[in-house]
Design a protein around this ligand. Structure first.
Ligand code: CA
Length: 248
């Protein structure tokens, strides 16, 4: 039987088994930014050993591994851990491979290339039905701005701020780590997922748009509003400051 999760642990443990550096790093960064606690293994043997050490709720499993067939990893872990949510990540698109994956004990599969957004949506859907619940995300308040990630709402002094989808996503990632430096790589991976390794100019353009909309929202209030400052960290990324700017 699976070792029960410690009651005070709010993050779900995900074992990522992937030998591709780019995909592995992308998954690790993306999952960490979305309330999961990922551990990344590059081999099947490493994954089997790791699963002995710690209780995992989710297994993301590449089928083409350097040391063994991913299907064997799925079979062995399914036999040991009946409650484990197993999602197979595969470049194989033949039905026969997908059927083999499900027969080996996988709950679901994703065909590469897939986006982080789709993966997260699938995980949430499974976990809602699974034994474990996703931790709820409390709205984040900085100054007079409230960012409610679950409801996808951003309000200044109680009044909704109209943001474009990517501007909201960017603000959401920064809000989750208020006061912390967030690297360009993390922002690209979490907001733009599959395009994260491309040009990052889109990040600066979107951030400029976000700053502009927040300033406009503050100006249209008709009363002073304390707006959070987003500091540019040259050569690294951005930081949403805990302490808001004084009202104009
Ligand atoms: Ca592989």
């Amino acid at each position: 039987m699976r070792t029960p999760a410690a009651p005070d642990r709010s993050r779900l443990r995900v074992l990522v088994v992937e030998d591709d550096d780019t995909i592995g790093r992308h998954l690790e960064t993306g999952l960490r930014g979305h309330d999961f606690a990922p551990t990344w293994c590059r081999t099947g043997a490493g994954a089997l050993a790791e699963a002995e050490q710690a209780p995992y709720e989710v297994l993301l499993l590449d089928l083409g591994l350097p040391d063994m067939d991913g299907l064997d990893v799925a079979r062995q872990l399914r036999a040991r851990l009946p409650d484990l949510l197993i999602v197979v990540l595969t470049a194989r698109t033949d039905d026969i491979d997908i059927i083999a994956g499900l027969d080996a004990g996988a709950d679901d599969y994703l065909v590469k290339p897939f986006s982080l957004t789709v993966l997260l949506a699938r995980l949430r859907a499974h976990l809602r039905r699974h034994v474990v619940a996703m931790p709820a995300r409390e709205p984040v308040q900085v100054g007079d701005l409230v960012v409610d990630i679950t409801a996808r709402r951003c309000a200044l002094l109680g009044k909704d701020v109209p943001l474009r989808a990517k501007e909201f996503d960017l603000l959401a990632v920064l809000s989750e780590r208020v006061g912390e430096a967030v690297s360009r790589e993390t922002l690209m991976a979490e907001v733009w997922d599959e395009n994260w390794f491309g040009s990052t100019k889109t990040l600066d353009v979107t951030l400029a748009g976000l700053r502009r909309r927040l300033t406009e929202a503050a100006q249209s209030q008709g009363r002073p509003a304390r707006l959070p400052r987003i500091t540019t960290l040259r050569g690294h990324g951005y930081r949403l400051e805990r302490k808001p700017d004084p009202p104009d």
